[in-house]
Design a protein around this ligand. Structure first.
Ligand code: NAD
Ligand code: UDP
Length: 346
């Protein structure tokens, strides 16, 4: 891949793939706040321009609608491969950082888009790595706790290789993330690309799509509408939920670190799904009841990150408790509920 894009200033220049998604848009905000020029690339499969509309018009922000797995689209959409820069601009083509977040992330989304999910994790990651190689960029990929599958050990530590069903309904996501990690390490070993691998555990916050099917958007919208909360299985499976501001801080520290191997990022506060349902009802003051529905195939029994590596290497640990994070995010979901049904009194 040949790269020769102009630069407007000496500010660090970053590409965020999946930047119009939930996490990606918060990452764009953080990079802008840190003084970066940000190129946000997204094909809007599961994201929305609404998530970044407050950044549009900022001279250090550019949105490009393109597919990360499409190499021609990638370079031309980013204005790379064009004429040399004018006087006062930085050397041609440099992207200091590439943060590759593009991928459906909710189980409901990746069940709807299995081919797109496999492609974003495989060819999308490879194309983003090619760009990092050509530009000499630091490359960060957002992997997932799903690389551990349905784990046989808890908490999950980075040295655990996982327990993944390679052909089940979640495999399009799990195996795409495992491939993404493998191709990232291959580019580091063979081409010397500076890489960072974030293994993200369940993260929630403002700008999640209310209908994305993940548990907190479901429970919060159900509770705010006084509808029944749908607990899958008997609710004894566990998760560990991280508030978005903590996750963005962890990702930023990882980006600036020199840690090439995978690092778990998440909140180790483990809770059963039934407890979360009760907590959401309590914190929203809802009159909702709980019903139990069938557990999806291969739904992991336990998820709790061992964050020892992040604490030691990044001096990072989450500071927002789950109860506090849920309190913070309620106004966002209340707004979403009102927007969907404006006639309803608040
Ligand atoms: P999201 O669905 O809100 O964001 C993903 C974004 O990627 C969307 O804007 C989507 O349109 C875009 N996208 C998908 N395929 C693309 C493609 N081929 N080209 C360009 N853009 C594409 O999900 P999210 O929760 O913000 O997740 C962001 C990243 O973090 C994903 O890589 C996900 O796997 C990872 N992650 C998230 C969580 C979490 O709990 N939120 C947990 C583990 C890993
Ligand atoms: N879940 C649930 N009710 C819902 C949505 C999800 O009980 O309405 C459960 C789901 O079966 C899983 C957990 O909540 O055990 C977390 O699901 P989510 O889809 O948020 O993400 P996952 O951690 O499975 O990737």
């Amino acid at each position: 891949m040949e790269v020769s894009g102009a630069r407007k200033s000496n500010a660090p220049r970053s590409l965020v793939t999946g930047g119009a998604g939930f996490l990606g848009s918060h990452v764009c905000d953080r990079l802008i706040a840190e003084g970066h020029e940000v190129l946000c690339l997204d094909n809007l499969l599961t994201g929305s321009v609404k998530n970044i509309e407050h950044l549009i018009g900022n001279p250090r922000f550019q949105f490009v609608q393109a597919d990360v797995a499409d190499p021609a689209g990638l370079t031309s959409a980013l204005g790379l491969g064009k004429a040399a820069p004018g006087p006062g601009s930085k050397p041609a083509g440099a992207l200091d950082y590439i943060l590759h977040l593009a991928s459906p992330a909710s189980p409901v989304d990746y069940a709807r888009y299995p081919m797109e999910t496999l492609r974003a994790g495989s060819e999308g990651t490879r194309q983003a790595l090619e760009l990092a190689r050509a530009c000499g960029s630091v490359f960060l990929v957002t992997s997932s706790s799903e690389v551990y599958g349905d784990p046989e050990i808890s908490p999950q530590v980075e040295s655990y290789w996982g327990h993944v069903n390679p052909i089940g309904p979640r495999s399009c996501y799990d195996e795409a993330k495992r491939f993404a990690e493998a191709v990232t390490m291959a580019y580091a070993r063979q081409h010397g690309v500076a890489v960072r691998i974030a293994r993200i555990f369940n993260t929630y916050g403002e700008r999640m799509r209310v209908e994305d099917g993940r548990v907190l958007p479901n429970f919060l919208m159900q509770a705010l509408r006084d509808q029944t909360l749908t607990v899958y299985g008997d609710g004894s499976q566990t998760r560990s939920f991280c508030y978005v501001s903590d996750m963005v801080e962890g990702l930023y520290r990882l980006l600036l670190s020199s840690e090439a191997g995978p690092v778990n990022l998440g909140n180790p506060e483990e809770v059963t799904i039934l407890e979360v349902a009760k907590e959401v009802i309590e914190l929203t003051g809802s009159r909702s009841q709980i019903i139990f529905q069938p557990l999806p195939t291969d739904d992991p029994r336990r998820r709790k990150p061992d964050i020892g590596k992040a604490v030691a290497q990044l001096h990072w640990r989450p500071v927002v408790s789950r109860r506090e994070g849920i309190r913070r995010v309620i106004p966002y979901f209340e707004n979403c509920a009102r927007a969907a049904n404006p006639a309803r009194p608040s």
